[in-house]
Design a protein around this ligand. Structure first.
Ligand code: SF4
Ligand code: SF4
Length: 56
């Protein structure tokens, strides 16, 4: 299980600082989550203004 960031992402960067394992980074079109590092904690979803991070 890991969170993924959907196309709703507006690349604000708010989630990146909230991730306890630094699994989030800026991608080409949106921010992306390293699924192998993600702990499924949900902090990114809580920080996101557009609910882009979703649990799979
Ligand atoms: Fe990081 Fe938690 Fe979001 Fe996974 S769910 S990317 S560990 S903040
Ligand atoms: Fe994208 Fe939401 Fe992260 Fe901002 S907080 S970079 S909109 S996923």
């Amino acid at each position: 299980m890991a969170y993924t960031i959907t196309d709703a992402c507006i690349s604000c960067g708010a989630c990146e600082a909230e991730c306890p394992v630094s699994a989030i980074s800026a991608g080409d079109d949106k921010y992306v989550i390293d699924a192998d590092a993600c702990l499924d904690c949900g902090a990114c979803a809580a920080a996101c203004p557009v609910e882009a991070p979703k649990a799979e």
